[in-house]
Design a protein around this ligand. Sequence first.
Ligand code: FAE
Length: 550
Amino acid sequence: MDAASEPGTLSGATSRRRFIAGTGSLLGGLALAGRATPAGARSGPRAASAAPLTDGARVAALVIGTGYGGSVAALRLAEAGVDVHMAEMGMAWDTPGPDGKIFANTTSPDYRSYWLRTRTKQPLSNFLGFPIDKAVPRHTGILDAEEFGGITVYQGRGVGGGSLVNGGMAVTPRRENFAAVLPTVDAAEMYGTYYPRANAGLGVNTVDPDWFETTECYQYARVGREHARRSGFPFVFVPDVYDWDHMEREQAGTAPRSALAGEILYGNNHGKKTLQQTYLARAKATGRVTVSPLHKVTTVAPAAGGGYRVTIDQIDTEGNTVATKEVTADRVFFAAGSVGTSKLLVKLRATGALPRLNDEVGTGWGDNGNVMCGRANHMWDATGALQSSIPTAGIDNWAAGGAFAEVAPLPTGIETYASFYLSITKNPHRARFTWNAAAGRAELDWQTAWKQPSIDAAKTIFDKINAKEGTIYRTDLFGAYKIWGDHLTYHPLGGAVLGRATDNYGRLQGYPGLYVIDGALIPGNTSVNPFVTITALAERNIEKIVATDL
Ligand code: FAE
């Protein structure tokens, strides 16, 4: 495969380290900042926005959720002179626990690790066939393993959303695949303006290939590359928001270890640029953005005097409601993530709060084709006892086999001779959210068997590698004698698809002033890891909304 032709896109093995500081972002930011305050925007004294959400308040813009879509919306609205309140159901994640650290380590989950569970639900549930989940105190922890009938959907909870728990892999899809990702969006605009703006805003950078060649902590990735090469598969470096200079210092012993200490799923104490350090920091610096953690939006309905009445439960760290607040918002941005936004919208349509939402709401949900597997290598193919938790490369067989496989770490601290992969695959199945009135909850009709096309696609890579290397699949990671991690997704997408549930910029049909601006807009698959696309689409949509709606 040839080297990247787009900044931040899947890059060839010859790529050099670079900060993707696209001028598109800088210019875009300045252009917005330089706008006259739009008519109708609330542009009163900045101090007015410093107060947290209070019962009975009237706000110009309410953003539900603080992940990628919400953070982009908040920043750009604030730059345009609009006061923004963000309601986030998770915690602030700005205070150290008793061990002096904000986040728990992946190897020792505790009360900080899971969202209101009494037992961990680790994506790799077993090791050497033995279950490894354990009891934890019920707490508003950082990782939600939300269980639906046929699938467990992992999501970040807290100020920063998924950026708190994810691997930071910041991938722009290949342009030739873009039409399948967002068919109604102008690709030239996305690749010329919004992907560069998103990459710059997120602080995306790439590993130094010289360092990669020799460093101990990526031996597992070099083994993955060698196996891909011998079987004739393209191997590509993947950009990330982890600060690679910090990682090099971790390896050199001159910086505290985070990626090299196995931190990832329950947060990184160092090194990773989450939204707290990027978009949200810039949003807060405008003085117009207030974030209320532990505030969960439950209802949105038209308000008598115009705008929308939003009901919000303030919760404590055990999940109990301690106060219920009602605020009125001129505009509401649904940025609760694919699952959060979809669940809210199907409930609001079914319960009569927003009855004019169309039939497309709740549909088009997909898992980005996620499926995991491990391979047992020969003793001469050691993958290393020290493994960086941040993946840096993948095997690209999308065009031929419908699979892009991250070469993922298995950071156990011991030599396992295992190669581990998270594959993103071309899975055609799409599920639907519906409101179960009797049970009082939203349900998703995904079926476990729908992962079969993903397994088939992943096998186009790993059956071939196993045959070439004379190796076998690991059967001990997802249960006893179970090869495929086909029970989960890290990449929920869809449920309020662009151009179907909304117009081509995320405006919800039937309700002026209501917008969707998160992963719910994307119809189930991005062909790569999704957050750069979510961010770039949010940049595109909010620019249009600021220009025409305010
Ligand atoms: P998201 O970031 O999920 O933010 C939604 C926010 O809304 C959350 O903070 C929720 O707590 C909050 N919320 C939900 N409901 C409510 C409510 N009713 N009231 C108030 N707040 C609410 O949404 N993607 C990549 O591109 N690269 C990776 O390397 C990668 N690794 C991942 C690893 C893991 C373990 C996980 C779980 C995900 C990973 N992802 C990765 C996926 C990525 O984090 C995800 O696509 C984005 O975070 C989705 O962004 P949204 O803005 O849609």
